[in-house]
Design a binder for this molecule. Structure first.
Ligand code: GLA
Length: 382
């Protein structure tokens, strides 16, 4: 008969151990000696393009450039946001975008321009004229000028464009915007409020005029899993509407901002969502992949989610399992996928350290010294 004291002592020690290990940085515990890795793009050459967006805090770091050379696709991001590339007086800031495109031109890599229109974050001045709300006609002309000026400058150098980012209503995840009503097919961004739903079609048509060879995408988040069914249906209706009108849309970007517990991966839901759009004759890229260590509930009640101060053993093992299962699933339907792109390289530079609130997170594949995390080795091990 094990006496009660001994039993509770053992239980207490287990509880302490689990709590300690969930905070202890497990990386050095379970990362075997690092065997040399093949180039990311070579390993996935038979499946899909792989890469990341070029974070401006990494771009000028030689170690980042070294890692980017292993990519087969690169996303422009920071220098192309409207707030970064065009001024209220209408002039453009080309220096960083040109720096990025000059370096990219030295690489054998497909380039994804992101974004042209992103209604949730496009600056307020875009929607004003002489201090008053801009007219529909003037806004359409401003849209055309912005899209065609940028695309003409990099014509032939950027193969894919996220022409419109996140046009669909979202009752939960509305970066920079108040949440949409569950019935809102379109997110009530100023583009929609002033021009109407035609803004998406107009943007695509202006883009196609500027560079007929570029592949034009609409990029959206929160499309996978049971919580997202309404949003997915609304996005499908937007895409079908564009196809019925003969709009020049070539693909959709399915954003992969995943959480520790959502969406389900490795069970076919991701591939099913991808096939929904390839069955419509569209190319599909998994864009902006990252995997927070926090629950999906972080987007609904962030104030209830305590910040972690370590990438603990339990967080890491759960993240490794989800990334491994996700990439296994993606490889199983890779003939339906054009690219799989993370949103950044280093945990330390992830946007998830600031959204939905400022706190630690370790959502990506590399540590701050550009050392691959064990999870990167996991997704390279097949
Ligand atoms: C969104 C957008 C990106 C960027 C990231 C967060 O989904 O598509 O442009 O804002 O998330 O950095």
């Amino acid at each position: 008969m094990i006496n009660t004291t001994f039993k509770y002592t053992v239980l207490g020690l287990c509880f302490i151990f689990l709590n300690l290990t969930s905070q202890v940085n497990a990386w050095w515990w379970i990362s075997p000696p690092a065997p040399e890795l093949p180039a990311y793009k070579d390993k996935y050459a038979d499946h899909f393009l792989v890469g990341s967006h070029m974070d401006f805090s990494e771009f000028y770091d030689a170690r980042a450039k070294e890692w980017y050379t292993t990519h087969s696709s690169i996303v422009t991001a920071n220098p192309f946001y409207w707030s970064a590339i065009q001024n209220p007086n209408g002039s453009y800031n080309w220096s960083f975008a040109d720096d990025l495109m000059t370096w990219v031109a030295t690489q054998e890599v497909e380039v994804r321009g992101h974004p042209l229109l992103f209604g949730s974050v496009d600056p307020d001045w875009v929607f004003q004229e002489n201090g008053n709300p801009i007219s529909r006609e003037a806004l359409i002309e401003r849209m055309r000028n912005h899209i065609q000026t940028i695309m003409t400058r990099y014509k032939g150098e950027i193969q894919y464009w996220d022409v419109v980012n996140e046009p669909t209503g979202d009752p939960f995840f509305s970066l920079g915007m108040e949440a949409s009503a569950i019935t809102d097919v379109y997110k009530k961004v100023p583009w929609y409020n002033i021009i109407g739903e035609e803004y998406v079609e107009l943007a695509l048509r202006f883009a196609h005029e500027a560079d007929p060879d570029a592949k034009l995408f609409v990029n959206e988040n929160n499309l996978i899993g049971p919580i997202s069914l309404t949003k997915k249906q609304n996005f499908i209706s937007i895409i079908k509407n564009l196809l019925e009108k003969g709009a020049p849309i070539h693909g959709v970007g399915i954003q992969g901002h995943f959480s520790a517990d959502y969406p389900p991966v490795g069970v076919g839901l991701v591939c099913d969502t991808i096939k929904t759009f390839t069955n419509m004759g569209l190319e599909v890229h998994i864009t902006e992949l990252d995997m927070s260590i926090y629950s999906i509930s972080q987007w609904v009640v962030p104030e209830l989610i305590p910040s972690r101060n370590q990438f603990g053993l339990l967080s890491e093992s759960r993240q490794r399992a989800r990334y491994t299962n996700l990439f296994r699933e993606l490889r199983s339907c890779s003939d339906h996928i054009g690219a799989v792109l993370t949103w950044g390289i280093l945990d330390e530079n992830s946007w998830l350290r600031f959204e939905p609130k400022e706190r630690n997170d370790w959502p990506l594949l590399f540590h701050k010294n550009y050392e691959p995390k064990q999870v990167f080795r996991d997704i390279m091990n097949f």
